[in-house]
Structures are given as structure tokens and as C-alpha cells.
Design a protein around this ligand. Structure first.
Ligand SMILES: [Zn+2]
Length: 458
């Protein structure tokens, strides 16, 4: 343990009341991005907090709510960590289900109850507090620190990629570190190394110029629902293998390290499947649940609309039908590439069927579990939480994490400090006080470990 670490940790432990009061100041300020309530005021509070901790601050030019960058860059030759967080929160509704006011932080049974405490104010506050304790105890940091806080995460981060792409030099770093969301298993701290991307499309089939009497026209006029069903079965086979030409061309196989990490996950597949009322997974069963969710792309019809679905019967031959399809993408697939392949397939096999892209889609993101900085993050978590961390090679879902790995070209580590039961987005959102202290100490250990010269030969 370095001498500086030996003074930073006790400083944190001796000033927990100050940390709690400063976090409460953030929590008392509503910052509801969806309704533009209090967002500017919260941005100003964050700037003041960063300055008080020892950062210089600036606002990045951005079209939406303020994006704040805090910087402490006085450790030449040392690595730079870029922390990312968000200060906006979800609307607190329904208000009558809250046991205490969502913007009056209240501690009950060792938990802080407030809207936005877990998602994400206490989590990014942990990084700010770590820097503050270190600077107050030692005067300077062992590595360089940047922290970027945005105010639009809860409305889907619509400008994040634009802001990051326009500020590559200001955001230059050696790694990106994001504490958000809960861990999967309360017993173990967790590092998530990637996310799947996604692509959402809608298919439209048309038949006659109006709905028809099925007795007069059935079997004679085209049925758009049948056309969609037939097209769908040309896209995916009984083994759930996507049969669109080139769909798997850019799929990167999991590394040996990723497969080994999957083996070690404390995850009970049989119990999880039983929990949704099933006894087995659909094919291909030779790959594990985790490997499929992390490293296999999917094509899944999300909904189909057409014809008559009301009570009783109506003998109708519909004039049109539509179907929505979602796809989860893995490295190195891209939404643009996959959309082009799906469109070519529809043009070839879906006569008269048109396709539209529902949104831009999201790129997958990937940092190898073998990355040397992953060992640094693991060591920080082990020290801060007192338990061996699990490495999750990829989350099944999608987040805009590619802004770090692709736009900035950096390794990105998602390191949730929160617990599974914290009720993000729900009434009575909460955060365990103990996890606040563990998160602050983990961030302090991270600064120490990044400052260790042995990690510079990467
Ligand atoms: Zn959220």
C-alpha cells in the first residue's frame, strides 16, 4: 500500500458525513431530463462540487442539456482515466407509491432513498469524492483524471456520440470507467467488458387496395400476412440460425479468456430458465446461455399486425400487414452493414414487401477481458469491496458504449457500484450506504493502482 493511499483512505473514512451531505445536496435538486425540470440547476451544482473537489471544469459544446467535463491533469507521464456519469434522473412518478419524498433524501435501514440516488448520482459522486479525499490528504493525484457528466442519459443520450466525436482531444484518456446500474449478484463486484448492439426494422406487406371478403377473394388475391410469414421463414431456420446472406460474416468469436470468464460466472442457467416457466432453451443448445446472450447475434420478430383480431370471427382477407423485427448485434457487426444485408434479402425473397429502419441502431462495444487495465480494475474492486470480482465479457442488452471503444478507441469498463435491489426508475429508488463507502474506496484504489508505474508498459 502506498503512503499516499494510506492517507487517502482514512481521510475518506473520517469525512463520511461531509460526503453524505454533499450527495444529499445533489439529490435534493430535481434534474428530470424528460421534463426539463431542474437540469440546469443540477449542472451548476455538479460544477461547484467538482471545483470544490479540486477539478477545473468546462462545459462541452452540446446541442442538449449541459455536458460538464472536470479535469485534473497534473501527473505528466501517468495514465489518464475518464469517468463517465449522468446527473439527470427519471421522472419520479407515480408519486403516491413513494414512502418518502423522492427529492428529500432519507436514510432508512441503511439505505438512502431518493430519485436518482442509484441511477446515477451516488455512483458518479463516488469518483468525485475519491478525488477530493486524495487531493485533501496528499495535495496531488497519482494519475490524471477526467470526468464527463451528461444530462440526457435518461432520454437515451441523443447527443452523446456527437459530443464525444467533437471533443476527442479533450476526452483523450487511457481508459473509460463507468459506474452505473446494479451488479447481477450482490455477493460479487462486477466488471462488464462490452454490450451487444441492436437494429430495429419494420416490414410492410400489401395486397389488394382494400380489405376483401375471404369467400370471394380467398385463395385468389394475395394475403399480406402469409407473405410476411413466408419471408420470415426464409430469414431464420429451425435451429434459429439466421439465413440472411452474410449475416454472420463479421461475427467475432469469443476469446479463450472470455469463454473462461463465462465458465466462472456465478450463474445458474437451470434455475433461471425455470424462473420463466421453461424447462429448456431453444436451439442451438450446444452453446451455453451466457455465450449465446453475449456473443451470438439474434433476429427476433417483435410483433406482427394485420387483419382481424377482435372478438368472434370476421372473414376478411386483409389489404396490408406489418411486422417489427429486432436484432441484437455482436462485434464486429454494424447496424448499417446488417441493414443492407436484411434489405437485400427482403428485395430478393419478399416480393412486394418493403422495409424501413426504425432508428439508427446501436453499435456493439467490446473490450477484451484479457486487457491489462482489466487487471487494474479488478484489483481496485477486490480492495474496495473485499470480494473477488466477476468478469462479464458482454451484457446481453445494448448501451451506447461504442462512443468510448469505437469513437474514442479506448478500453471501456462498466463497473456497477449499485446492488440488484436498488429499484432504478421505480418508486423508492435506493442505494445502500455501505455501497457508497465501498464505491468511494474502490475509486481511491483505482487512482492508486493507475499511478503505479508497472502498469505503464501496456
Ligand atoms: Zn436510468
Amino acid at each position: 500500500m502506498s503512503i499516499a493511499l494510506e492517507s487517502a483512505l482514512p481521510h475518506a473514512r473520517d469525512h463520511r458525513d461531509d460526503d453524505l451531505q454533499d450527495l444529499f445536496t445533489l439529490l435534493r435538486q430535481p434534474s428530470i431530463s424528460a421534463q426539463n425540470i431542474g437540469v440546469q440547476e443540477c449542472a451548476a451544482l455538479e460544477e461547484a462540487l467538482l471545483q470544490d473537489a479540486g477539478f477545473t471544469t468546462r462545459r462541452l459544446t452540446a446541442p442538449g442539456h449541459p455536458v460538464i467535463l472536470g479535469e485534473w491533469l497534473e501527473a505528466p507521464g501517468k495514465p489518464t482515466v475518464l469517468f463517465y456519469g449522468h446527473y439527470d434522473v427519471q421522472p419520479p412518478d407515480p408519486l403516491d407509491l413513494w414512502l418518502s419524498d423522492p427529492f428529500t433524501p432519507t436514510v432508512r435501514d441503511g439505505r438512502i432513498y431518493a430519485r436518482g440516488v442509484a441511477d446515477n448520482k451516488a455512483q458518479h459522486f463516488s469518483h468525485i469524492a475519491a478525488v477530493r479525499h486524495w487531493l485533501r490528504a496528499n495535495g496531488s493525484l497519482p494519475c490524471n483524471v477526467k470526468i464527463m457528466l451528461e444530462g440526457e442519459e435518461e432520454v437515451g443520450s441523443p447527443h452523446l456520440d456527437t459530443v464525444v466525436a467533437a471533443n476527442k482531444e479533450l476526452l483523450a484518456a487511457d481508459l473509460v470507467y463507468t459506474s452505473d446500474g446494479p451488479v447481477t449478484d450482490d455477493r460479487y463486484p462486477e466488471i462488464v467488458f462490452g454490450v451487444r448492439g441492436d437494429l430495429y426494422v419494420e416490414l410492410f406487406a400489401t395486397g389488394a387496395n382494400r380489405d376483401l371478403h375471404s369467400g370471394h377473394w380467398g385463395g385468389v388475391a394475395p394475403n399480406p400476412i402469409l407473405a410476411l410469414a413466408r419471408l420470415l421463414t426464409t430469414m431464420i431456420d429451425k435451429q434459429n440460425h439466421v439465413t440472411i446472406e452474410g449475416f454472420y460474416d463479421n461475427v467475432r468469436q469469443p476469446t479463450p479468456g472470455a469463454l473462461a470468464a463465462i465458465e466462472k460466472l456465478p450463474f445458474d442457467t437451470a434455475a433461471t430458465i425455470a424462473g420463466i416457466g421453461l424447462t429448456e432453451m431453444v436451439p442451438p443448445t450446444e452453446r451455453s446461455y451466457a455465450e449465446r446472450v453475449m456473443f451470438q447475434p439474434t433476429l427476433s420478430p417483435a410483433g406482427i399486425i394485420g387483419g382481424y383480431t377482435g372478438p368472434g370471427s370476421k372473414t376478411v382477407l386483409p389489404a396490408k400487414a406489418s411486422m417489427k423485427i429486432d436484432m441484437r448485434l455482436v462485434p464486429d457487426q454494424t447496424p448499417d452493414e446488417i441493414f443492407a444485408k436484411v434489405r437485400a434479402h427482403v428485395e430478393r425473397y419478399g416480393e412486394g414487401i418493403t422495409i424501413e429502419r426504425s432508428d439508427g441502431g446501436m453499435l456493439p462495444s467490446f473490450t477484451p477481458v484479457e486487457h491489462p487495465l482489466g487487471d487494474v480494475v479488478r484489483a481496485a474492486l477486490r480492495a474496495g469491496f473485499g470480494a473477488e470480482p466477476v468478469s462479464v465479457p458482454s451484457a446481453g442488452g445494448s448501451l451506447p458504449d461504442s462512443v468510448w471503444t469505437q469513437t474514442l478507441g479506448l478500453p471501456s469498463f462498466l463497473v456497477p457500484y449499485g446492488a440488484p435491489e436498488q429499484a432504478n426508475h421505480s418508486p423508492n429508488e435506493s442505494y445502500r450506504v455501505e455501497r457508497l463507502w465501498q464505491g468511494i474506496e474502490t475509486s481511491i484504489h483505482l487512482l492508486d493502482l493507475l499511478g503505479d508505474a508497472s502498469y505503464l508498459e501496456m
